[in-house]
Ligand binder design. Structure first.
Ligand SMILES: [Zn+2]
Ligand SMILES: [Zn+2]
Length: 764
């Protein structure tokens, strides 16, 4: 992917866009956006041997003369950026060889070094174009968002600013962003997320309803300009001589996953910088939209049409029964008689009155409380609480898109499985065989039906944790099921590997999900209900230990969509980025947008991420991940990465045997890395590798005295690196790095103590 001319390297390091790249602390919220420019090729290095010399001139001359035996890098040789190689290109190369010009002289536009030397549409120069937004649109529309981003990134890539026109172009050709009514025939075809674009008679025409114009822009930026929005605060770009969107091109994209959300880095970078209109400070920051994510978690979401609106709950997200109970049990201020106004009105009370009611309510225990699922009193409290919470939010003036299906109300159990066991509830869950999922589903259905009288067409969504499924109760078509997590992260769903191995910490295995999800998938098809799936790649606590499941997400998501009828993914990322957390996010999110992707393409995305994030040692890092995966597979048990213990997720035997090999891969990657930030990231991985490695070889290398010096050396590196970068080893102060180095006791035990293994498992 990268060919660097050694002699030019020093000069390149002086280019402002390359130096000072992301030296801010990684993982912090609200970083500035950094652009990282790939040295995809060096002008004049026609044969790609990392030097510009007579051999390049010979190869280019021969190719120009029609000889095909030379493998010439067309980009590095196309000096005049006309898409073909000719005598002029040969001449330009000679000017470098004679010393009158330098390679980078051919990459300057308007006095600036650019990544895209020339941009044309249908072969026409971009200077003949303006961007045209509809005459009747405004700066609050997604067409304007599309304009701002296209202009911003084309300027970044080419150094050229494309002007804006309202309704009628001011130039010979136009880049048209067209708003399509959702209710029109075409709008119904492409839906809320889809887009079409074509180049006809020299004009680039883009069509979308809510989000399509914006999404088309980011796909064009990726596909043609080589931008990669690969983490929230870093934007990557490859280099090219000529970008042309050719006459006759015609693209249609309609995603099959309707709800796409990820918590990790994509929402990050400075929310105060509104200059380019891509920041909003409330959930649409960073590269969230650029990665075609479209969801919200309530509270801090933005629903503006500028961002195409977001799909998700208006207020509370996952465990809304807690808030609704608090609101529903609260008292109105003395001046308000609750029962008096009965007609539906958004502004019945002031925000302050709702807030007062909320504040005076009863806050239940989130980890042990669930409401009774059959009591009318409990139901009324929750339902009234929901309506009042939503009215409160609407009184804040937040826009809603209920009729269009974008705004949902959450109506969902608390974060525990302490279901009500009263007589009437047990009659349904146990005696009637509806299970706990059926018991709470009938409550969800009731609220969904009742809510229609207040907000016609509204959808509610709620969590299902129980792996059972109802005998007769079917989901309301306006309810969205949020099904949470697979039961095992070591094995892939649908591969039937869990069953023999006996399940994870809670004794569950993927087969439980398969049975339940197959049921839900079929019943949802019948009722028209959507089922969205909550994935847990998150590392909640043990930050030194990454879960070895980078490849699992492809197969799990594929199965869930194809067999489970899943049309939404909530990617719960989190933790630190010491291992491969943000890599998992990037690959999974790419897959959500393009479910036709093959596994090989998914692996290529993994590799490309490694290249962008760590540099030229990406193949070594990829091999390291494969070995980690193997160590996970050989651990002989199931696990879930958000609950199970670090000591349970790897085969110690495998790690001990391959520790040297795995570390050597990382050392090679470190040696190949050229950028400071890449080195830093790899050093952190090495510290984590050492942590698991030293855990595995402590007996053999140190206690048995076979490699004491090696042990100490690696231990010192690990310890010093954790200190150097101030790495958090755990999510709280419960576990910390020991204040002094100690070789005598196993490091896993020293840091994570009893928390390192699940109870009853023989340590080490
Ligand atoms: Zn009950
Ligand atoms: Zn398993």
């Amino acid at each position: 992917m990268k060919k660097i001319l050694a002699v030019l390297l020093t000069a390149m390091m002086l280019i402002p866009s390359l130096v000072g790249v992301v030296d801010a602390a990684v993982g912090e919220l609200y970083l500035e956006q950094s652009f990282i420019n790939d040295e995809t090729y060096v002008m004049g290095d026609a044969n790609g041997d990392e030097s510009v010399d007579g051999k390049d001139a010979l190869a280019l001359k021969a190719t120009v003369a029609g000889l095909t035996s030379y493998d010439v890098d067309a980009q590095a040789s196309d000096f005049d950026a006309d898409g073909a190689l000719g005598a002029k290109d040969s001449y330009s190369l000679k000017t470098i060889l004679s010393g009158s010009k330098k390679s980078e002289d051919f990459e300057i536009v308007n006095g600036k070094k650019v990544q895209t030397y020339k941009f044309t549409i249908a072969g026409n120069s971009i200077s003949d174009y303006c961007i045209v937004v509809p005459a009747d649109s405004s700066e609050e529309d997604n067409t304007y968002f599309a304009y701002l981003n296209f202009m911003k990134y084309v300027r970044q890539a080419t150094g050229i600013e494309i002007p804006l026109a309202w309704g009628t172009p001011t130039t010979e050709y136009g880049i048209y962003f067209n708003y399509i009514e959702l209710n029109s025939e075409e709008g119904q075809e492409i839906g809320i997320d889809g887009y079409r674009y074509d180049v006809t008679d020299g004009n680039l025409n883009v069509y979308g309803t809510y989000r399509g114009n914006g999404y088309a822009v980011f796909d064009i930026l990726e596909d043609y300009f080589g931008f990669r929005f690969y983490k929230g605060y870093e934007t990557y770009q490859y280099k090219s001589r000529l970008v042309d969107i050719p006459e006759g091109v015609s693209v249609e994209k309609i995603p099959v996953i309707n709800f796409r959300h990820a918590r990790q880095t994509f929402g990050q970078y400075n929310g105060d910088n509104n200059e380019d209109g891509v920041h909003c400070g409330n959930g649409m920051c960073g590269h969230y939209f650029a990665n075609k994510l479209n969801a919200s978690e309530g509270g801090y979401s933005c629903y503006e049409k500028f961002y195409g609106s977001k799909l998700g709950p208006l207020y509370s997200n996952a465990h809304s029964f807690l808030e609704y109970w608090q609101m529903g049990t609260g008292s109105w201020p003395d001046s308000v008689d609750y029962d008096k106004p009965t007609e539906m009105s958004k502004y019945m009370y002031t925000s302050q009155q709702y807030q007062t009611k909320f504040d005076s309510g009863i806050a239940p225990d989130p980890y042990s409380w669930q409401p009774c699922a059959t009591s009318d009193t409990d139901y009324n409290t929750l339902f009234r609480g929901m309506i009042d919470c939503n009215r409160m939010v609407m009184s804040w003036g937040r826009p809603t898109f209920i009729a269009e299906g974008q705004t949902l109300f959450s109506f969902s159990i608390a974060d525990n499985q302490c279901y009500c066991m009263c007589r009437n509830c047990k009659k349904i869950s146990i005696s009637a065989g509806e299970g706990f999922s059926g018991l709470y589903l009938q409550l969800y259905n009731r609220a969904t039906e009742d809510a229609q009288a207040y907000y016609p067409g509204v959808r509610l969504y709620g969590i299902i944790y129980a792996k059972d499924f109802p005998k007769t109760i079917k989901p309301h078509k306006n309810f969205v099921i949020l099904y949470c997590g697979v039961s095992c992260d070591n094995h892939m769903i649908g591969k039937e590997e869990c069953y023999e191995k006996g399940g994870q910490l809670n004794g569950m295995k993927n087969d439980d999900d398969i049975e339940a999800l197959t049921y839900w998938g079929n019943i949802c098809k019948e009722t028209g209900t959507e089922i969205w799936f909550w994935i847990y790649p998150v590392t909640y606590h043990y930050y030194l230990v990454g879960c070895p499941n980078v490849f699992n997400f492809y197969w799990n998501m594929k199965w869930l969509h194809e067999e489970g009828n899943v049309t939404g993914f909530f990617y719960e990322g989190g933790g630190r980025e010491y291992n491969f957390e943000s890599l998992k996010e990037y690959a999974s999110v790419k897959y959500m947008w393009d479910m036709d992707m093959t596994f090989e393409e998914y692996c290529d995305i993994v590799k490309e991420y490694l290249y962008m994030n760590y540099g030229d040692g990406y193949e070594e890092l990829y091999r390291y991940i494969e070995m980690q995966t193997e160590a996970g597979d050989q651990c002989g048990t199931c696990f879930v990465n958000n609950f199970d213990r670090p000591g349970d997720m790897y085969s110690y035997e495998y790690l001990a045997e391959h520790y040297d090999e795995m570390r050597a891969l990382l050392e090679t990657a470190l040696a190949k890395a050229e950028r400071g930030i890449h080195k830093e990231r790899i050093e952190k991985i090495i510290a984590c590798c050492d942590f698991m490695g030293l855990t595995s070889v402590h007996n053999d290398w140190y206690l048995a005295g076979n490699r004491v010096d090696d042990y100490k050396e690696r231990f010192d590196y690990m310890y010093d690196t954790i200190v150097k970068y101030d790495l958090d080893v755990f999510s709280s102060d419960l576990y910390t790095l020991p204040s002094e180095k100690n070789y005598d006791e196993n490091i896993m035990k020293q840091i994570y103590d009893e928390g390192s293994r699940r109870p009853g498992v023989d340590p080490y």
